[in-house]
Design a protein around this ligand. Structure first.
Ligand code: NAI
Ligand code: MG
Length: 369
């Protein structure tokens, strides 16, 4: 059995609490002989600052570089509000994203049947929804030059942001989307605005070429980004993998995530370039939520976003798709059984703690594997 090298970076606040549930799950998977892991753990964020006066050490970066996957918790909190800007907790996260060149941001939107009524949309529209938005993260409007505000001779000011994409940037994000589709439902939608943007036209052409050259087995649909926004709220289940640029992806992924309910339920991943020698990608998996100082230390944190992030690592980095599927089904089952942490409980509904939710998921998994 292959041994998978994982680096755990719990971070601060509830990051530590929800990571504890992932550790429990990992220990259980090993004990059951389902998978084998070589675990390392290090500090990031405020915790790293307290110990080393930096938001992440070079040694931790080296471990991150060597790992098959990084499981990240959350960073930040009021304790570090006055730390110098360069070493604030979030800087550790940004350094990881930048140095590992994590250009592909994966945001699933999964609606578990038991929680379909907490969506902003009607149950029949979202029940069973499981889509994956693949957002380009290191290019486009947020980084393109020129980027400036200038004062004109007439006293007006003029602001410029520039949407820039190169062939290779588009090709690599499209390839990620097609590869992911192969371990899902073999369907990719690519969203851009080729009708009004040159970068949209190039995006469309490069995605089409990449598809024809390397992924003809995957079904590809092109969709205009504005229509995509409408379709996401009209009939989101028509999508499986949706690939788009940094700006459209920011908006479309936030909209899609709200189809699903609580922040405590949302996992994510960020993938880097493929290593030519090994064919592996650098990858970091983290919940969308932050360190939640308001509930830290109270056992209130929902561990599902963190456990779901770990599940994504199994699926997308470690090739353990069946185990990932079993974890997804276990999460669905505990929700069906009525287990609720406070963030997903209806008024007056009985709630359980972080640890109890972790235990319930493992108990459900015991029936799956
Ligand atoms: P937050 O995501 O930490 O919390 C927002 C609200 O959602 C809070 O009321 C919190 O209790 C609740 N919540 C979040 N995750 C939950 C979970 N798993 N279970 C139950 N309830 C949950 O965002 P906020 O409050 O804006 O930021 C708090 C700190 O986290 C700040 O220092 C911020 O900079 C940092 N942060 C870090 C992120 C990261 O590490 N990637 C992302 C977002 C914020
Ligand atoms: Mg956003």
């Amino acid at each position: 059995m292959a041994t998978h090298k994982l680096l755990l970076l719990p971070g601060d606040g509830i990051g530590v609490e929800v990571m504890q549930e992932v550790k429990k799950l990992i220990a259980w998977l090993e004990k059951r002989g389902v998978a084998s892991f070589a675990l390392e753990e290090d500090l990031v964020g405020g915790a790293a600052y307290d110990a080393h006066k930096v938001s992440i050490t070079d040694a931790a970066m080296a471990r991150a570089n060597a790992a098959d996957a990084i499981i990240f918790g959350a960073v930040g909190g009021p304790k570090w509000d006055n730390v110098v800007y360069e070493q604030r907790p979030e800087a550790g996260l940004l350094r990881l994203r930048k140095e590992l060149d994590l250009f592909a941001n994966l945001r699933p939107a999964i609606v578990y049947p038991a929680l379909a009524d907490s969506s902003s949309l009607k149950r029949e529209i979202v029940e069973g929804l499981d889509i994956l938005i693949v957002r380009e993260l290191t290019g486009g409007t947020y980084f393109g030059e020129p980027k400036e505000i200038v004062t004109l001779e007439n006293g007006q000011q003029r602001a410029v942001d520039t949407q820039v994409y190169t062939t290779s940037e588009i090709e690599r994000i499209a390839s990620v989307a097609f590869e992911l589709a192969r371990v899902r439902k073999n369907l990719v939608h690519s969203a851009e605005k080729r009708n009004v943007m040159k970068s949209g036209l190039l995006w469309n052409q490069v995605v089409t070429r990449t598809h024809a050259a390397k992924f003809p087995d995957v079904k590809l649909e092109h969709i205009l980004a504005d229509n995509c926004a409408m379709q996401l709220v009209r009939n989101p289940k028509q999508f499986d993998v949706l690939v788009t640029d940094n700006l459209f992806g920011d908006i479309l992924s936030d909209a899609a995530s709200m189809l699903t309910g609580s922040l405590g339920m949302l996992p994510s991943a960020s993938l880097g370039a493929e290593d030519r020698a090994t064919g592996k990608r650098k990858a970091m998996y983290e919940p969308v939520h932050g360190s939640a100082p308001d509930i830290t230390g109270k056992g209130l944190a929902n561990p599902i976003a963190q456990i779901g992030s770990f599940g994504m690592a199994l699926r997308y980095s470690l090739g353990l798709v069946e185990v990932a599927d079993a974890i997804e089904r276990s999460i669905a089952r505990v929700l069906q059984q009525g287990h609720r942490t406070a963030d997903i409980a209806a008024l007056g509904e009985k709630t359980i703690s972080t640890t109890e939710m972790g235990d319930a998921i493992i108990a459900a998994l015991d029936r799956e594997l």
